[in-house]
Design a protein around this ligand. Structure first.
Ligand SMILES: C[S@@+](CC[C@H](N)C(=O)[O-])C[C@H]1O[C@@H](n2cnc3c(N)ncnc32)[C@H](O)[C@@H]1O
Length: 242
């Protein structure tokens, strides 16, 4: 796996523990065991990085506002954005978890990366960061956003479902909600799903089980999945090691 490109650019102050009401939760109904992540109740980023992230989030919000008016109000579209500050906290917590050892997450993938804000954020934090998005127009938006913010985040147009993957839940209802069909994007990325240490997704209702199943079946050993939920809660799962 690629090494993190820069030294950890933040100062981490240990938190009193998980579940402090600050946004990261740990699911108990997961298909595979969840990870209790220490949550950085207070953390300070280097001022330059904090300013870059703020500028990115603001522009992401502006793009979303335009998208909402110009696209979503005319025709339904599955893109809604996550809570960027909560996602930032969750990424920092993951980095702090493994910062001293070989388990430090290095390669990041966003499933359904839309305008690319989360993938670009991960790149700014030092991850080798990739995003997959089905809507090719949004992929173009993400690439231009990355350029404007001097980010090396990479994006591929297509589906985050690997070729041949089928969702087969125990109740037999294999509909995949709002998730669209398309050519799998992993060949274009040049990296299989099992090579990513950290994967992030924002499922619509009913899609979370598919995401955990996909991670369990095709993710790398020990890889983690961050799933955005309602009210900005981020659930964290770790795939088992054989
Ligand atoms: C709820 S939005 C999440 C946006 C972004 N990840 C975030 O958290 O701000 C889901 C995104 O997934 C995309 N999408 C839907 N099905 C997909 C698929 N099979 N492969 C890749 N992207 C998909 C949608 O177009 C949409 O942009």
């Amino acid at each position: 796996m690629d090494a993190i490109r820069s030294r950890a650019p933040w100062i981490f102050e240990p938190s009193p523990g998980a579940g402090d009401g600050s946004g990261t939760s740990v699911a108990t109904d997961a298909v595979f065991p969840s990870v209790v992540a220490p949550f950085p109740a207070s953390r300070r980023l280097e001022p330059d990085l904090r300013a870059r992230l703020t500028a990115l989030f603001l522009e992401g919000q502006e793009i979303w506002n335009r998208f909402e008016t110009e696209v979503r109000q005319k025709e339904w579209h599955p893109f809604i954005h996550g809570n960027y500050e909560r996602i930032l906290d969750a990424l920092l917590a993951q980095m702090a978890l493994g910062s001293e050892g070989p388990s430090a997450p290095r390669r990041f993938l966003e499933w359904g990366s839309a305008t690319g804000v989360v993938t670009i954020m991960a790149d700014m934090l030092g991850f080798d960061a990739y995003g997959i998005e089905l809507d090719a127009d949004l992929v173009e938006v993400a690439r231009r956003l990355a350029e404007r913010h001097d980010s090396q985040a990479r994006f591929a147009a297509g589906s985050f479902l690997p070729e041949g993957y089928r969702w087969r839940p125990p109740d037999g209802d294999g509909r995949s909600g709002t998730l669209g069909d398309g050519r799998s994007a992993y060949p274009e990325l040049g990296h299989g799903l099992d090579t990513f240490d950290l994967v992030y997704g924002y499922p619509w209702d009913g899609e979370a089980a598919l995401m955990t199943d996909l991670m369990e079946r095709s993710g790398g050993p020990g890889a983690r999945l961050l799933m955005h939920g309602g009210a900005g809660k981020i659930r964290i799962f770790e795939r088992g090691r054989p």
